[in-house]
Design a protein around this ligand. Sequence first.
Ligand SMILES: C[S@@+](CC[C@H](N)C(=O)[O-])C[C@H]1O[C@@H](n2cnc3c(N)ncnc32)[C@H](O)[C@@H]1O
Length: 318
Amino acid sequence: MILRKIIKNNISLTCLWYIIDNWLAGKRLKNGDLKTTSGTRHSGMSLKNSIDYIDRVFKDYLLYGNLNSFSGNVAEIGPGDNLGVALCILANGAENVHAIDRWKPERNNKEQEQIYKALALRKGFTNLFTGPPNEKNIKGLTYNSGVPAEIFFKETNEKFDFIISRAVLEHLFDPLDALSYMFKTLNPGGMLIHRIDLRDHGMFSEHHPLTHLTINDNTWKLMTNNSGRPNRVLVPDYQRWLTSSDINGKIFISRLVGLNEDLLPQRWDQIPQDLKDKALTKVEAIKPKLSNRYRRMKDTDLAITGCILVAKKPFHSK
Ligand SMILES: C[S@@+](CC[C@H](N)C(=O)[O-])C[C@H]1O[C@@H](n2cnc3c(N)ncnc32)[C@H](O)[C@@H]1O
């Protein structure tokens, strides 16, 4: 405990700790060990909170996509330890859901059983189970477990009407490349909806919230390339991806640095000035220490620590 505190308080020691941790993650990956606690969302949650969480995530997707309902073939990337959101999407009108997860998030089987049992009682859900309610018996669901999204979308022959994720893109080694493959697999009129958490995921929790952007790219790679820790791809990178090709897309801001609460997704000009000022003051306090790549970015871009990327494939597109 004391050692942990000493490491956490010192930025160089914290980096060293993550380099070792990342090296160990590489060894586990080589041995085919895909266990993770990233995505173990429901463990220890009450049944009510689990169900509320599933409903909230599902409703958020409808809100972000400005949708009345889902339909056709849907891919959900990184569902975590429960497939309740996929179930809601199926009950809502989708024909198939492909869940894709690089890792195998640890689960509490007893809690999972309770969640599926509770969902199965809902109107329109009962027929979605081909046997006792659990993740293996969901009609219309294909669970691609142990498959990275980067590989899945490069190799799949499937075409999708929606590709969605929440708190996942920041864990991909090259999310922009993966997005390009996702976009290729969309049917005309198909949509990407990704909620992206741009924070440091607690890596430098004792320091300024943008401390991770002070580390140079080579060291960062050594700290994160196997473990799936945040890739530091920020809003201007996603914006560049959107404007680089035939993509009709938008980015909405859902969080600012230094603020504890999420924002309802909105454009920069819609955010109240006092919140923007607070975030920009936080950016100014660390800007001179940022690594070159981030020092060159606009303060307004650095202030964004959460966003929603929504993109639609035009109907005339191939
Ligand atoms: C932070 S959890 C989010 C879980 C869930 N979407 C939620 O919001 O509660 C990240 C999830 O993405 C998965 N993941 C990480 N890297 C991935 C990749 N390259 N391809 C597919 N899934 C990935 C993790 O295993 C985990 O299930």
